[in-house]
Every structure is written in C-alpha cells, then in structure tokens.
Design a protein around this ligand. Structure first.
Ligand code: PGA
Length: 267
C-alpha cells in the first residue's frame, strides 16, 4: 500500500513533511554469506528512494560488506551502538567517527537490550546520541517500557523520563536529525505486537512531550514503532498518524519480509 505523506504546519507556517523510515536491526545475527544474499535481494527490489527511507543495521563486523553491497541503492546503512568517546584507548569499542567513516548514516542508540543487558542509563544514551550527531550520524534512539511497568500504569512515566534525558542532553539545532523508536520491551522478539491504537497513544504522548519543548522539534521528529513488526501488521501500525515507520528486528533478517514492510511504509 502506498502510505500518504504526512504534511503538517509548524509554528511559523512552513509545511513539514516527515518521510517514513523503515530500519532493520539484525542484532547479533547474520553472516557474510547471508549479508551478500540479503543485499542483492533488497537492492534489486527496493526501487528508488520514494516517500520513505530504508536503512539496515548489521553487526559492526558486517558493516563494510553491507555498505559495499548496497552502494548505488537507496538503502542506507547504520550501526547498532556507538561509544561516547571519539577515539583512543577503548579496546573493543567503536566511535561515531569510525561508524561515519565506514559509510553509515544511522546508528541505533539505547536499545532496550543494551539498557537492560549493559547497564546503559538515560544519560549515557543521550551522550551516545550526541556523539553520533557530532559526526553527522542520525541516531535512532530507543525508548519503551517493560511489561511490569506497563501493568503498573507507568508507561508514560518511564517513556517521559527517557525523553527528558534526551531533551536535556541534545541541543535543539540537532533535533531534525534525531529519530525516536518507541519499542515496548514486552513486544520485542516476543511475537506480541502493540495494537495500532495502543502504539499510537504512546507515539502521541512522545510527540506531545517534544512539542512541550519545541513545536518544530515535535513536527519534524520521526517516531518509529518497534516490537514484532511483521508484513501482516506493518501497514496498520504505520498508518497511525504519529507512527513514521518501523524499527524491525526478527523480520528484517528475511529480505522478502523486510521488503514487504518497506512497501507497507511506502519506502
Ligand atoms: P523485533 O525486534 O522486531 O524482533 O521484535 C525489534 C527491535 O528490537 O528493534
């Protein structure tokens, strides 16, 4: 389905168009052979950049191969994490400078698997986003509540706190490059997807929080949904007024499924 473009007016009357973005997150999956086959399939079938954008975030070790295989296509490449330091004695880490130098345009920041498994605080996530922005990368910053937090009625408190750290840590001029991904933790990798209206409620809340700081930031910022997005639920989710695409984990590993989700987003 061809997704309509969202056009809204900001405070000074200019029309702001948010382009949908579908970003694949391979997590710690794939291989050189899988990457080669996936890139050939996706690059061969994606078509020119249209109303929407497409990106894929492979593990760091596959980035160079994926950038090479997708050269000349409209598909952008991203990393899955970034260090806050620019360079130096940080064994095993990867800086925004290196990620940008590798040909990436995006980087996922603050994924719940990193917040939960590697102790990333809201403040560290904001610093990582700042490091990415300083090198011309677009951070895809993940926010979202756990099942226990949702059941306790704390969804808005949790997401509001995560956003507050971003609003405090990222300078207003950098926000046009920022992408937020609302990923309810209970929906990630579980097959449980947030219902479209349930997701839209949180997306609207996120946009309102951004608007409370600056209406232009709210109008421009793309807010993706993530959490068991699949070809059969993508269109309904992306059709919601405040959902501007998807961050796709499991389904992004299959080129056919990923292409179907991109088509649902008009990308
Ligand atoms: P999923 O993962 O699509 O496999 O639920 C999404 C994500 O973690 O970004």
């Amino acid at each position: 389905m061809a997704r309509r473009r969202v056009a809204i007016c900001d405070l000074i009357g200019r029309t702001v168009v948010r382009r949908n973005l579908v970003a694949g997150n391979w997590k710690m999956n794939g291989s050189r052979a899988m990457a080669a086959a996936w890139c050939a399939d996706v690059a061969g079938n994606i078509g020119p950049a249209g109303a929407g954008e497409v990106a894929v975030c492979p593990p760091h070790i596959l980035i160079a191969a994926v950038v090479g295989a997708l050269a000349g296509s409209s598909v952008r490449v991203g990393a899955q994490d970034v260090d806050v330091n620019d360079n130096g004695a940080f064994t095993g880490q990867t800086s925004a400078r290196l990620i940008a130098d590798s040909g990436c345009r995006y980087v996922i920041v603050g994924h719940s698997e990193r917040r939960a498994g590697y102790g990333e605080s809201d403040q560290l996530v904001a610093r990582k986003a700042g490091a990415a922005l300083a090198f011309g990368l677009r951070p895809i910053i993940c926010v979202g509540e756990t099942r226990a937090q949702r059941e306790a009625g704390d969804t808005e408190a949790v997401v509001g706190r995560q956003l507050a750290a971003l609003l405090a840590g990222i300078v207003p001029e950098a926000w046009p490059e920022v992408v937020i991904a609302y990923e309810p933790v209970w929906a990630i990798g579980t097959g449980l997807t947030a219902a479209p209206d349930q997701a839209q409620q949180v997306h609207r809340f996120i946009r309102q929080r951004l608007a409370a700081r600056d209406a232009r930031i709210a109008a421009q910022c793309r807010i993706l949904y993530g959490g068991s997005m699949k070809p059969d639920n993508a269109a309904q989710l992306i059709d919601q007024p405040d959902i501007d695409g998807g961050l796709v984990g499991g389904a992004s590993l299959d080129a056919g499924d990923f292409l179907a989700i991109c088509a649902a987003a008009g990308s």
